[in-house]
Design a protein around this ligand. Structure first.
Ligand SMILES: Cc1cc2nc3c(=O)[nH]c(=O)nc-3n(C[C@H](O)[C@H](O)[C@H](O)COP(=O)(O)OP(=O)(O)OC[C@H]3O[C@@H](n4cnc5c(N)ncnc54)[C@H](O)[C@@H]3O)c2cc1C
Length: 232
């Protein structure tokens, strides 16, 4: 699909929010959790695509947001940092199977680090659109420093507004942080120490995802209860 970049907004030191609009339709249909494949300008064919989860919830419009972290040694992201609003880009249709299972009677747990937040922001927006969820929804969001917490104000506001939405930021390197220190794993290990049924969604880089997979398995959960999206 043809898209136009409408706005770029700095979200943290290394992360930008890129706002796009599909130009060939009035409404962009997608399921929260899906990603698009971005054709990066200026790179040779067969080397010029990168996947990005849609970070916004679907709506009755063709706009969508990507939340992208700069890899200074990478091939694609330094190019993305030079894009200008008004430029047009080719992207695939939204795709992917990392979507919420229909289990409203169960607790939902989103576990991520860094830009792994993108699909969960989309899912949360969609989920909370219909009011307070009937069962608790936990967002366990790991970062290194306080300034790295993407969409922080938004999640804090949602947590105040919806009594069943629980935001658990956790920081690994911030000595001044008065909240939970350490890694995402200890948070769900404590919250679900009793092994009660829930649906766990995990997104981010391989190491965090494999640790979560191992931990959840050790806690007695199976593949019908946890789902992953790997960024590498
Ligand atoms: C489903 C999915 C969703 C993602 N969502 C996000 C997101 O929301 N936000 C975000 O910041 N990142 C996301 N990523 C990661 C993103 O796709 C890129 O890997 C990241 O932006 C780094 O790109 P880079 O080119 O700068 O780094 P590089 O290190 O150059 O490349 C990163 C990865 O791209 C692939 N790659 C490298 N060279 C080539 C090549 N020549 N041809 C084809 N592939 C190559 C490899 O898998 C490599 O590990 C997602 C990845 C996946 C798979």
């Amino acid at each position: 699909m043809d898209t136009v970049l409408t706005k770029i907004q700095k979200e943290s030191e290394h992360v930008m929010r890129f706002y796009f609009e599909a130009t060939d339709r009035n409404v962009l249909q997608f399921v929260p959790g899906q990603f698009v494949i971005f054709t990066i300008p200026g790179l040779a064919e067969f080397q010029n695509t990168r996947s990005y989860s849609i970070a916004s919830a679907p709506g009755k419009h063709a706009q969508f947001e990507l939340c992208i972290s700069l890899n200074p040694n990478g091939i694609a992201t330094p190019i993305l940092w030079k894009l200008k609003p008004g430029d047009h880009f080719e992207m695939s249709e939204p795709q992917g199977n990392f979507i919420m299972q229909n289990a409203p009677e169960l607790e939902t747990v989103f576990i991520c680090t860094g830009t792994g937040i993108a699909p969960f922001r989309s899912m949360l927006g969609h989920l909370l659109e219909n009011g307070n969820p009937s069962k608790p929804v936990h967002l366990i969001f790991g970062n290194r420093f306080e300034n790295d917490i993407l969409y922080r104000e938004e999640f804090e506001k949602l947590a105040k507004e919806f009594s069943n939405f629980h935001f658990h930021p956790v920081l690994s390197r911030d000595a001044n942080w008065i909240g939970t220190k350490g890694y995402v794993h200890q948070v769900y290990q404590q919250l679900f120490a009793d092994g009660r049924d829930a649906r766990f969604y995990i997104c981010g880089w391989k190491d965090m995802c494999s640790d979560a997979r191992r931990n959840l398995k050790e806690m007695g959960y199976n593949r019908q209860q946890y789902f992953f999206e790997l960024y590498d």
